[in-house]
Design a binder for this molecule. Structure first.
Ligand SMILES: [Zn+2]
Length: 106
């Protein structure tokens, strides 16, 4: 995966996810730093947000099914569906922001 430098947009770094789940980044902060660089942090955050979005989508399917099977009345359905759609909107916005730093995903 290639990411943009946050201080110099002309510069890009390569991030690789290793088989053991750890990450490598080609930036200097990763090479000489003791902590994770901000690029890896962002990529991890993106993974986390996508996982959260999957949960929200599963919830929406469950709510739709509950309504279709008459397990939920319309008011209940509307409250639940509105809440999950707001969550979805919020999480999509955060995903879009993080994706702006990524040039190319593999
Ligand atoms: Zn980095």
């Amino acid at each position: 995966m290639k990411v943009k430098s946050m201080t110099n947009p002309d510069r890009e770094y390569e991030i690789i996810k290793r088989r053991d789940g750890t990450y490598y980044c080609s930036c200097l902060s990763f090479k000489y730093g003791t902590k994770e660089c901000k690029h890896i942090k962002n990529v991890k955050k993106l993974d986390e947000l996508r996982q959260d979005r999957r949960v929200i989508l599963d919830n929406l399917v469950e709510i739709y099914n509950g309504f279709l099977l008459d397990a939920l009345d319309y008011n209940e359905y509307e409250i639940l569906i509105t809440k999950e759609h707001e969550n979805l909107k919020r999480i999509n916005k955060r995903i879009e922001l993080l994706k702006n730093n990524i040039i190319q995903e593999e």
